[in-house]
Write a protein that binds this ligand. Sequence first.
Ligand SMILES: *Cc1c(COP(=O)(O)O)cnc(C)c1O
Length: 371
Amino acid sequence: MTADHDGTRCVRAGLPEPEPGEPFLPGPVFAAPYHLDPWMGPAAAPNGYGRADNPTRRLLEAAIGELEGGDCRVFASGQAAITGLLLTVLRPGDTVVLPSDGYFPVRTFATDTLAGVGVRVLFAPTVGPYPDFDGVRLVLVETPANPGLDVVDVPALVGRARAAGALVAVDNTTATPLGQRPLDLGADLVVASGTKALTGHSDLLLGYVASRSAELLTAVAGWRTATGAVLGAFDAWLAHRSLGTLDLRLARQTANAQALARLLATRPDVTGLRWPGLPDDPAYPVASAQMRRMPGVLCFDLGDADRVGRFLDAARLVAAATSFGGLHTSADRRAQWGDDTAPGFLRLSCGVEDTADLVADVTAALDVAHR
Ligand SMILES: *Cc1c(COP(=O)(O)O)cnc(C)c1O
């Protein structure tokens, strides 16, 4: 049997075996407690109490696990998954290496909470240089990094970390498991927000941890049950329903990002353009070797907040909104959230609109903003 391609894998991922009279994807199971066997109690069935387990969630975990190539546990948000992983793995006295240019709330959590409980926190830029990994317990990288879109060579980093006995976790939010498979590249763990391109409809929050290590995943699941940051059944069902179109959505988003990158590269009013799929982007050599497809997100600088405001106001197809990976093209001036980016820095997330419409709209809006 030949291996299925991405679109086929997405529409089938995590679905139960066909049963006459049953739906393709069973509806959400809403339950806190379930009926128990009066004698055997929770030992008789997988469902006992909703914080520990839920059948809708299990199907979603099977689906994401299939796409990542490991086992998966979902959380109520990406932040819940990432902080859950950090607090599961790290103990006072441990050292963790985090990206200095990665997702801002993770950095804040590290300096506020992890450092406060005695974890030594080191920061390294995604492109390096990385510190000596001797004595490091966990290296978390984000590739491509949000929002700067730098990329790190995962197999090379894994080699160095493994030699020092450190675990490697890759934040796969921007790439999604169709864009890159960190477990195949040697990482011990994947963490991600499924809020973004993975589910792609701007209507739910989701996070997950994936791994091939049963020991690590059991610890992560234990943490989740103990702290309770679980995903509700309806959101789990919505997320699973959205996965079926992931291949289609990403294909259009990548095509739109490529067209916009080509346009923006020609504009004198745009500086600092980054998209790992552009052959002259600094991330291109590593990204094109380790990624299976390029993200639908790009970033650039319009000089100041005022010009960003004029651009967003003039654009019909670019919504001013944070987050990324949704059906609708959106752009976010990160500095307005207290991020450490420049005032005119914009992260633009391509939706699934027709490429020609988007290029025309962005061109017209840049012309207005430039005046
Ligand atoms: C959005 C994001 C997160 C956090 O995910 P939420 O679902 O918003 O909690 C973590 N990492 C990266 C790279 C993100 O973009």
